[in-house]
Design a protein around this ligand. Structure first.
Ligand code: SF4
Length: 890
């Protein structure tokens, strides 16, 4: 059987792993890590490894639609171009907006930005990257003069100390976590300090976990700045020659963080731990400080990041190998978006809208007289203006703001009230596309062709190996054709992404001033073949035929500011915007889980990824749970200042600080009844970057007293009624629902048949104990199991894994049928427990058995006995955790 292999890039996180996709004759897609890609050297995490499961067409948007009716591209273009042109004519260019995404490829991003800023004449284009890294952009710009990540992934292997601030790297950037963990294993002298209120899988490998009081990061780093200076642990030469503003920064830092004791008190830490961190930082030359959403998503995120950069400037630990302040980017092409000016306040190629010379340069290059002259609306402001009806038409590309934006119910209402909503996406039913007037089918990973930039400034190709299905088109193609329809044919002549990339590369070098580092002009004038074959390369690229080492930026001590000196920024730490109160006594934190990506529109398609966390949940400390009579495994209702409420499963864990809750960000209305955590996040933004504070809402939690609990496993989706709570996940050939409710049907025996649409004559077996509230039923079609429903008055329902295994069988034996309604697997069948290793479907019970009965004392030994952790490695931190737990309890 012939197999065609294509080298491409993973479409999920900002690590930007190289992937080899192998297409088999029967259409099966197999995915492996690319051993030659410098981001991952062959590694992949669970999400990357499961990419092959997400390329099927089941959920795809395949045809343009107007008001839910399939139309031709001509009709769709005509509707969008006419409406946008009419609104612009009547209300001006600022009455329209684009809301785009870090999922777009650089070429898509570039043309969207060019159309809005260059030819519509408004800067009302912003991106969902505003929600995850706009504070980083602002902080790097303030300190370094430009949005330049000065580090490289191999700095993680060269560093002797890695400080991980506000990042659960093990789950959010798993391949970089693996590189860090490997480095520590190879060299035990490498130290890791983790700064995070939660005890996470990342903090488990740290030598020192600083479980700071939420929101106190800047106090901690200001304290470090003061301590370094007082102890004489600074690089005076570097400070004198290459920086400005140290005195002001120290002065502010002394105010907030005069000594270790006061820092420790403010941060909720012990004096000893703070001192240990400060000494480690001071005495270690090669220090990398990694930061991510835990720092960025804050109402003072820019300041927090600058407080980190200040410490690297004071010690001169920037611009050299194995050191520097390193932002890990969330999305696959958030960096590419930053490069093409995808944020409302930027121009392309790291030029600025508020800089007249830059505006002239871009206008001249694009040959336009209508270039926007002022910054546009940032994401939050944009949806506010939609709500006020000042924005009358919006085009949302490859993102799902009804799930991801703060105060998500308000965003939903704003879009419902908007005159004209266009959504281009690869998925047909998202919470946002349901509100669209026009839906435009876009290609997705495996079909798209272009480039992305990862967190270390490395540009990689995404290459197609599948043909576009239905009438789907590439985003750049849709934007280009729409621009042509709107009358901008000459400026949008592109026939391929190679054309666009070439133009962008040329712009990056056009009349470039000396200090601007972003430059890929060396990649201009490539032949189509060269573009197609382009190997991963880090910018700047001035001469591709003689590429200089671009791994480290600012090695010459000359920064991107006009005087070429970096800036210390004086930081006065600010508390988070919301304070707990009697009504809302908990701090609500949000974030990712290991095996889901964003709003689940793609990872939710993968049965393998759906086994790790099957439901939305809240984590709460045991003491809080006990006090509030909240029980592990039952349900909780969480409310907040937004007046929204969600229902989620309870996980009681001492990984959570007392007084804090954690809820994952992923669940949407397609996968759960009411669990969009963003609906609970009151809109508060960093005043400089406009990035929302997702890590510090205030909330209340109470037990949700369901009168019954249950689950359904069915090949067809059931029609739910009476379920106050539901969450669904995808299995191989079936859907799994966890359900619960307060209201009960009069008779489960009648209701279950309606719910599963059981027809007369179908084989239907059931058991009903009405008095105790136990109901179980199963439908068999042609000998195989088609659906089961289990209802109980308590959460003590049978394990699902054995039942799920019956769905894989062609026929179910008599003994299995008998066991089925008892809810117990036959004696010879092992209950594997909760799935930990998604690659090999290994559960916690199997792993614990390997530890306690077979003597596995480390992750490798567990892997040898039961395969867990031997493929992508994403579950290794959890296996480690199980080893500690099992050893303690045995
Ligand atoms: Fe994809 Fe995982 Fe690599 Fe991120 S770490 S790019 S999700 S394989």
């Amino acid at each position: 059987m012939s197999v065609i292999s294509t080298k491409t890039t993973c479409p999920y996180c900002g690590v930007g792993c190289g992937v080899i996709a192998s297409m088999h004759e029967n259409g099966r897609v197999e995915v492996q890590g690319d051993p030659d890609h410098p981001a991952n050297f062959g590694r992949l995490c669970s999400k990357g490894a499961a990419l092959g499961e997400t390329v099927h067409l089941g959920e795809r948007l395949l045809y343009p639609e107007i008001n839910g009716e399939q139309v031709s591209w001509e009709q769709a273009y005509s509707a969008v171009a006419t409406k946008f042109s009419d609104v612009i004519k009547q209300h001006g260019p600022d009455a329209v907006a684009f809301y785009v995404s870090g999922q777009l490829l650089t070429e898509d991003y570039y043309v969207a930005n060019k159309l809005m800023k260059g030819f519509i004449g408004s800067a009302n284009i912003d991106t969902n990257s505003r929600l995850c890294m706009s504070s980083v952009v602002a902080a790097y710009k303030r300190a370094l003069g430009e949005d330049v990540v000065p580090c490289n992934y191999d700095d993680l292997e060269r560093a002797q100390l890695i400080v991980l601030a506000g990042t659960n790297t093990a789950w959010c950037h798993p391949v970089l976590y693996q590189r860090i963990a490997q480095s520590k294993e190879t060299n035990p002298n490498v130290k890791i300090v983790c700064i995070d209120p939660r005890r996470t899988q990342t903090s488990d490998i740290s030598d020192l976990h600083l479980s700071v009081r939420p929101g106190t990061d800047a106090i901690l780093f200001n304290g470090l700045l003061v301590w370094l200076e007082t102890a004489g642990e600074l690089d005076q030469q570097f400070v004198n020659v290459s920086t400005e503003g140290v005195e002001q920064a120290l002065e502010s830092a002394r105010q907030s963080s005069p000594d270790i004791h006061r820092v420790a008190q403010a941060c909720g830490l012990s004096d000893e731990d703070v001192e240990r961190f400060y000494r480690l930082f001071a005495r270690t030359e090669r220090v990398v400080t990694v930061f991510s959403q835990g720092v960025n998503q804050s109402s003072s995120g820019v300041d927090k990041i600058n407080s980190i950069i200040n410490c690297h400037l004071l010690t001169g630990r920037i611009g050299r190998k194995g050191m520097g302040p390193f932002s890990f980017t969330g999305q696959p092409n958030a960096m590419g978006g930053r490069e093409v000016g995808g944020l409302a306040n930027q121009l392309a190629a790291h030029m600025e809208l508020d800089n007249e010379a830059h505006r002239d340069c871009v206008a001249e290059f694009w040959q336009t007289s209508t270039l926007a002259t002022k910054a546009g609306l940032k994401a939050i402001d944009c949806f506010d203006e939609i709500e006020k009806k000042n924005i009358k038409a919006i085009w949302i590309m490859a993102t799902n703001p009804v799930v991801s934006m703060p105060d998500a119910d308000r965003v939903k209402a704003a879009l419902e009230g908007c005159e004209f909503v266009v959504v281009s996406d690869c998925v047909r039913n998202t919470d946002t596309s349901r509100l669209a007037d026009v839906c435009l089918p876009a290609t997705t990973w495996g079909e798209r062709d272009g480039t992305v930039t990862n967190s270390e400034r490395r540009i990689s190709r995404q290459r197609p190996f599948l043909t576009a299905p239905g009438l789907a088109k590439h985003d750049w193609q849709i934007i280009t054709e729409l621009a042509q329809k709107m009358g901008f044919k000459k400026a949008f002549p592109y026939r391929s992404t190679a054309d666009i990339f070439d133009e962008f590369a040329r712009l990056s070098g056009y009349k470039k001033d000396e200090q601007r580092q972003f430059d890929i002009s060396g990649l201009a004038d490539m032949t189509l073949h060269e573009y197609k074959e382009m190997q991963p390369i880090q910018w700047p690229v001035v001469n591709r035929h003689n590429q200089a080492d671009a791994s480290i930026m600012y090695g010459d001590g000359l920064f991107s500011t006009p005087d070429r000196r970096a800036r210390f920024i004086a930081i006065t730490p600010k508390p988070p915007a919301a304070s707990v109160s009697e009504k809302f006594p908990f701090i609500l934190n949000t974030g990712r889980v290991r095996d889901q990506w964003h709003t689940m529109t793609r990872t939710g398609m993968s049965p393998r990824l759906s086994t790790h966390r099957i439901e939305p949940f809240v984590e709460i400390h045991p003491d809080d749970a006990k006090r509030l009579n909240i029980v592990d495994g039952k349900l909780a209702q969480i409310s907040s200042e937004t007046d929204a409420e969600i229902f989620v499963r309870v996980r009681v864990t001492d990984r959570q600080q007392r007084g804090s809750l954690f809820v994952p960000m992923h669940w949407n209305l397609q996968f759960s009844g009411q669990a969009r955590v963003s609906s609970l996040i009151k809109t508060v933004v960093d005043p400089i970057s406009g990035q929302p504070e997702f890590k510090h809402a205030v909330a209340n939690i109470k037990s949700c007293d369901a009168r019954w609990y249950g689950f359904i496993i069915s090949r067809k989706k059931p029609v739910l009624k009476y379920s106050r709570y539901w969450a669904r996940s995808r299995g191989k050939g079936f859907w799994r629902y966890e359900i619960a409710g307060k209201e009960s049907p009069e008779d489960w025996a009648v209701h279950a048949r309606t719910l599963l649409n059981v027809e007369a004559g179908e084989e239907w077996a059931e058991f009903y104990d009405k008095a105790d509230g136990h109901y179980r039923a199963a439908r068999f079609i042609d000998g195989h199991l088609d659906s089961v429903i289990f209802i109980d008055s308590s959460i003590l329902l049978p394990p699902r894994d054995w039942l799920i295994s019956l769905f894989q069988k062609d026929s179910v034996s008599a003994s299995e049928r008998a066991s089925l309604l008892q809810g117990l697997p036959p004696a010879e069948v092992e209950d594997v427990g909760k799935i930990i290793c998604a690659c090999f479907n290994v559960g916690d019970k199997t792993i614990c058995k390997a530890i306690t009965e077979q003597g596995a004392s480390n992750v490798a030994a567990v892997g040898e006995l039961c395969q867990a952790g031997t493929n992508c490695g994403s579950c290794r931190p959890e296996i480690k955790e199980l080893i500690s737990e099992c050893v303690v309890s045995s």
